[in-house]
Design a protein around this ligand. Structure first.
Ligand code: ADP
Ligand code: ZN
Length: 811
């Protein structure tokens, strides 16, 4: 009986492909291995998801090569990716692609080859030059083209391709390897003793550079290249000489990661206070029982949730299991990492978006092999190949960055974490000071256990929140600051206390407006206002990347009276410098932190007290813990409300509470100032009172009759096309077919998207509200049926239209 494998490919088609396994390979196939298979008219890399003996009715092609000795994807991660592909309606292959690090992914390269039948003598001299070059250098297509750039050979090459004198071949590319460095060691038969004997012998001239290097080095071997001080006797000359004299040699070892330079001090773990101990005890019991359990740790900012996480992780690690800590990307600060590193040291692998492929691969391998047992990272760290998973922590559970929007798989890390925890009989802790409606609803229904921390640790108290109605302070402003905020800042500076200012959204507030007709320049690519960037003197569209020089005349009426409105963080920074000439000010936003390490530098210098005022975007709202901060100001609290979504108020409330949480964390009480033009807005009022329960109650009351989440699950269909009328008609047709498939579920739309025009495409949306209790199988079946109708009846008529499905697009 032959053996067959079902293979997932990294394409959007929701389908696996069956191949037969030639008998020499049969003994070594396993699910989770990558294979090199014939596909269409070429080859492709896929992952085996299933091995079986059912011969398909069509003729199968053979697997050409198995690319991994051991599966790179465990059975656990195969099951998880399968669930994601059903629940979020992605293809299994593209889901696997999202899980694997680049170095282990579906990567192939195009190589150039000359078929044996080709006789170079029949070619002209340019053509022969190419053939010669290719025979000498095995080249990828890209490399060769680069080499020939500007020589005119690329054109000749195109001709050769057409004549089939040169062929393009694809080969799997498995070459991303972990970064290594040299470690210097004694050569065979040499050691400190023999070196000493040599140095002390009379024949040896100890004045030479290399002999004195040997003397010093003999104390230090083995030593890594990176550990050799720069201005020392160990120069490349002395090291070479010592090699030539056969004293030392080297081996390649893996480079240390950045975090291995942090402080490790496991004894510094804090003793939990009574409330924390109470919460921890319940978690600890569940961990001991090794059963699935889901906890919502609802603790106000500064109550010590992180300390509870650390204790739970410690128990997990001591029982020989592993854990995952998810934090929002922007909260993955060096501060957070160092708190965990201090206790767990090199058991930790940090995963973040700024890692190189090599670093990512290294982290993956360390976790997969069990060398490291804790993964810390943003959303995608939920896929970390942690062995023997015992605990998943989802910090700031309510954070919107836990939802992947584009590209597919459009998963939510919270739901995915719950499923993964169930698969492993593991415990999950969802922590937040402002739990999502989703999580509160789970608690209300008994799907998770609520643990509360209602006090800040020790003497720290929640800050007083003052609302400043900008309408009333029109005549009493210092730049963007209403006088009371300005005065509080002066006071704090006098007392050598620190200040954090939040300026909502980078750039967005700064735009150009015509003073005569009121026109605001819009992006020609998307229907959003252009942002003005002072330093570059550009108008920019942050969605599509479009930019142009600042207009000199209004494009609408031709007037030259264009005024810069609002201000980005840069403008505010300049204003502050004028208002507080004595103060040190640092800016923390995506522009100032885009360089590697900038994040760390800025926060460290603020933490060390080098700066008095930290001004930034949402970045400053999350997770920062600076005890000397006593004043927090939100310069423009309203921006969030302008966002077109039923969630706007919740987002605003969360932002205000989070940023308020940065004030008064130490023993000095803090104050928060919210500047707004809508002082009566409930989000502002509840944030003032730190009353999350009150806010949640009112928010739930608002959502229930409208059948919004958590009372429903929203599935969004996003249709895109360069032709407005096609996308509009296709959306209407799709609505009809959805209503046929699920007559009981309401459909909203079609309506133009929140950004109705992006990258030269028109966007229309439909939103389907379904019963939130339904699981993956129901959702998949429903969407398969809807999309089948679409493919059969609609797609052909509107061929320019593309449809994306987004489950839980909004929560
Ligand atoms: P959260 O994560 O809930 O915002 P943190 O864990 O950051 O709170 O705690 C706030 C501050 O209080 C931190 O500086 C933390 O080290 C300190 N802290 C919290 N719990 C304790 C404890 N049990 N003993 C000593 N310090 C604590
Ligand atoms: Zn005008």
């Amino acid at each position: 009986m032959s053996t067959f494998v079902d293979v997932a490919l990294p394409a959007a088609v929701r389908k696996q492909f069956t191949y037969y396994v030639p008998s020499p390979l049969e003994a070594s196939v396993q699910p989770g291995q990558r294979v090199w298979i014939p596909f269409r008219n070429y080859y492709a890399i896929g992952v085996i998801v299933y091995i079986h003996q059912q011969k398909p009715s069509f003729k199968t092609k053979p697997v050409r090569q198995i690319l991994d000795e051991e599966p790179i994807l465990s059975e656990e991660l195969l099951n998880l990716t399968e669930w994601i592909s059903k629940f979020y309606y992605s293809s299994w292959g593209e889901t696997i692609q999202a899980v694997l690090p680049a170095g282990l992914n579906f990567v192939s390269r195009k190589y150039l080859k000359i078929p044996e039948s080709v006789n170079p003598e029949k070619l002209n001299s340019d053509e022969q030059e190419i053939i010669h070059d290719l025979q000498e250098n095995k080249s990828t297509l890209d490399e060769a083209k680069k080499r020939w750039k500007g020589t005119g050979l690329n054109k000749v090459f195109s001709g050769l391709l057409k004549k089939k004198v040169v062929e393009i071949w694809e080969e799997p590319d498995l070459k991303v390897t972990v970064a290594t460095e040299r470690e210097w060691i004694w050569a065979d038969g040499k050691d400190q003793k023999t070196a000493k004997a040599f140095l002390e012998s009379e024949e040896t001239n100890r004045e030479l550079k290399w002999t004195s290097a040997l003397e010093e080095l003999s104390e230090k071997l083995p030593i890594r290249q990176s550990a050799i001080p720069e201005d020392s006797v160990f120069t490349s000359y002395t090291l070479k000489k010592l090699q030539d004299e056969n004293w030392i040699t080297f081996r390649e070892v893996e480079k240390k990661t950045e975090i291995e330079h942090l402080q490790y001090d496991p004894g510094s773990i804090k003793t939990l206070n009574e409330d924390q101990q109470h919460a921890f005890q319940k978690i600890s019991d569940s961990l001991t029982q090794k059963e699935f359990a889901n906890y919502l740790l609802f603790g106000i900012t500064g109550s010590g949730k992180t300390e509870v996480y650390i204790h739970a992780l410690k128990q997990v690690v001591e029982s020989g299991k592993g854990g995952i800590v998810l934090v929002p990307e922007i909260a993955l600060t060096p501060q957070t990492v160092s708190r965990f590193y201090k206790i767990f040291g090199d058991k930790i692998a940090v995963l973040h978006s700024r890692m190189t492929n090599r670093e990512r691969l290294r982290a993956w391998k360390d976790l997969n092999s069990g060398k490291k047992s804790i993964a810390i990272g943003p959303r995608s760290a939920i896929f970390a190949p942690v062995q023997n998973l015992g605990l998943i922590i989802l910090d700031e559970e309510h954070d919107s960055s836990y939802k992947q929007m584009d590209p597919a798989p459009r998963y939510h890390a919270r739901e995915t974490a719950i499923v993964r925890a169930k698969m492993n009989d593991a415990v999950i802790i969802m922590g937040s000071a402002t739990p999502s409606m989703q999580a509160l609803n789970m608690a209300a229904k008994g799907k998770c256990d609520l643990l509360e921390l209602k006090k800040r640790h020790a003497e720290a108290v929640l800050p007083e929140v003052k609302i400043l109605d900008l309408k009333q302070y029109k005549g009493a402003m210092r730049g963007e600051l209403a006088v009371p905020l300005f005065m509080a800042m002066e006071e704090a500076l006098k007392k050598k206390e620190q200040i954090i200012l939040l300026y909502n959204r980078r750039g967005y507030a700064s735009y150009l407006q015509c003073e005569d007709c009121g026109h605001i320049p819009q992006s020609p690519e998307c229907s959003v206002s252009l942002t003005y960037h002072k330093r570059k003197n550009l108008l920019m569209d942050h969605y599509s990347g479009y930019s142009r020089r600042k207009d000199t005349h209004c494009e609408q009426c031709g007037s030259p009276n264009l005024k810069i409105q609002g201000s980005g963080t840069q403008n505010i920074e300049e204003q502050l410098e004028e208002l507080f000439p004595e103060a040190n000010i640092i800016r923390f936003d995506r522009d100032s932190t885009s360089r590697k390490g900038a994040h760390e530098r800025i926060l460290n210098s603020f933490g060390d007290g080098d700066a008095d005022i930290l001004i930034g975007t949402q970045l400053v709202a999350k997770g920062l813990d600076f005890p000397n901060v006593t004043v927090v100001g939100v310069i423009n609290a309203d921006t969030e409300l302008a966002f077109p979504s039923f969630q706007a108020t919740e987002r605003m409330y969360q932002l205000l509470s989070q940023v308020s949480g940065r004030s008064g964390r130490g023993d000095k009480p803090g104050t928060v100032f919210l500047q707004t033009r809508q002082p009566e807005n409930p989000a502002i009022q509840y944030a003032k009172e730190h009353n999350h329960r009150g806010f949640a109650r009112q928010e739930m009351e608002f959502r229930k009759p409208l059948y919004y989440p958590p009372y429903s699950r929203l599935i969004r269909f996003e249709l895109k096309s360069s032709k407005d009328h096609e996308v509009n008609m296709a959306a209407h047709a799709l609505k009809t077919s959805i209503e046929r498939v699920v007559p009981e579920a309401p459909v909203l739309g079609p309506s133009p998207g929140a950004i109705p025009w992006m990258n030269k495409k028109f966007i229309w949306e439909l939103t389907l509200k379904i019963d939130p209790e339904k699981g993956a199988n129901y959702i998949e079946l429903l969407l398969v049926r809807v999309m089948k109708v679409y493919e059969q009846d609609i797609k052909g008529k509107f061929s320019s239209v593309r449809v994306n499905v987004n489950v839980d697009a909004i929560q």
